[in-house]
Design a protein around this ligand. Structure first.
Ligand code: ATP
Ligand code: MG
Length: 385
């Protein structure tokens, strides 16, 4: 029978947590395969997908390659373990002149033939039936993998698909990403979901200065991210009145600094109300005025929960390459502005001094401004299906 074999190495590192990690991974796989018929089993140290429609195999593989915690996949033939069955299946392997090797993994020590010996036996059989295929032990074009498991079955595969790896979604708690419409924050989201954080998102808008299209764009980005995060609870919050108030009362060059401090304060409250243990941003050191060491220090100092900035050491080019890989780039470069470009100062400060920032903030009724933003909150749950 044709099955898909799933490998998930890193979870093994987690000792006594292994059970709950495996459960998370299985739940996530079942969710990802919504609408595609299949059965999922645990077999010692692997997962197996069986009983699917052959014509949906590629769709299943495609979705599984985006599930965090899966390190690799193989489409394999599952046979009952016996020397005869293994040899007879190997008789049927066609290599189309490609070089090959046999790699046996004998997890079941009951099987009497040692791995090295079986490699030689099967190599001979395959070689006889594929006279134009050479054995290549170091860089073969086809690796015939013979996995003899403890469950009485042997899995033979000639394909090996490297997957995203990481930790199962939800195994590390929950984080709130500050999701703009730009290139960076979706990539930051991807990286922390990959380390096991369930994702909620907050987007700030300045409607009517920013358009409905900007909001749609963020929802589209969240939807793209759902290929990896399953669902995203998106909090949509207005900062229009805050930008207007800063514009009216404060030194214009401090617009971004003051606004970003307000965003951080609001994000912290929403994170705490939703059991999110960290904020996530797409900041990259030195990329723009608000991302200098001084600016980041000043925006960071208004919150006391961890702020994860996975892109802090990345160049724009590196970030774009990942945005393309995770398929958010084309959406991110759509032209609609998020709130930061409204009331943009001509010369934003790059090295704000905290004393000056505090003096500017004294002109604002911070509590009331935050309250008004929180009252504006809309929640949309975005999901993949
Ligand atoms: P991005 O590509 O993510 O938009 P950026 O290079 O435009 O980032 P900034 O505008 O300085 O950089 O924003 C830095 C980070 O602040 C963003 O990555 C995002 O996490 C957060 N952020 C900025 N604007 C918003 C917004 N309107 N709503 C939510 N978060 C925002
Ligand atoms: Mg931006």
């Amino acid at each position: 029978m044709n099955v898909i074999l799933i490998r998930y190495d890193e979870i093994f590192l987690k000792g006594k947590n292994r059970g709950s990690f495996e459960k998370k991974l299985k739940d996530n796989i079942v969710y990802t395969l919504t609408g595609l018929k299949h059965k999922l089993h645990t077999i010692s140290g692997r997962l197996e997908i069986s009983d699917y429609d052959q014509e949906q195999e590629q769709a299943i593989v495609n979705r599984l390659t985006k599930v965090f915690g899966i390190y690799s996949l193989s489409v394999a033939e599952r046979i009952e373990t016996s020397k005869e069955n293994i040899c007879s299946f190997c008789e049927s392997i066609k290599l189309n002149n490609k070089s090959f090797r046999v790699s046996t993994n004998r997890a079941s020590k009951i099987f009497p033939i040692k791995s090295m010996q079986l490699n030689i036996i099967l190599g001979d059989i395959i070689g006889k039936n594929n006279p134009n295929s050479k054995v290549n032990l170091t860089t073969p074009e086809v690796d015939v993998n013979v996995d003899i498991r403890e469950n009485g079955y042997t899995y033979i595969s000639t394909s090996y698909i490297k997957c995203v790896g990481g930790m199962p979604l939800g195994s590390a708690g929950k984080g709130l990403v500050l999701l703009s419409g730009g290139i960076d924050s979706p990539v930051a989201t991807y990286f922390l979901a990959k380390r096991g954080l369930t994702i909620e998102a907050i987007h700030f808008h300045s409607y009517p200065y920013t358009s409905e299209l900007a909001r749609n764009k963020v929802e589209m980005l969240a939807k793209k991210l759902c290929a990896y995060t399953n669902t995203i609870k998106l909090h949509i919050v207005s900062v229009t009145h805050i930008q207007e108030e800063i514009h009216k009362k404060c030194d214009g060059d401090f617009m971004i600094t003051l606004l970003r401090r307000m965003m951080m304060r609001i994000s912290q409250i929403i994170a705490q109300n939703n059991d999110c243990g960290a904020l996530i941003t797409g900041e990259s050191l030195g990329q723009v005025a608000s991302q200098t060491l001084q600016s980041i220090g000043i925006t960071n100092s208004v919150v006391n929960i961890p702020v994860f900035r996975p892109l802090i050491g990345f160049d724009k080019e590196e970030i774009i390459a990942i945005a393309q890989k995770i398929d958010t780039y084309e959406t991110s470069i759509m032209p609609y502005e998020d709130c930061c470009t409204v009331f943009l100062p001509k010369s934003p400060v790059t090295k704000p001094k905290i004393e000056k920032v505090l003096r500017e903030e004294e002109k604002l009724d911070i509590e009331t401004l935050i309250k008004k933003s929180l009252e504006s909150e809309e929640i949309v749950t975005i999901s993949n299906f």
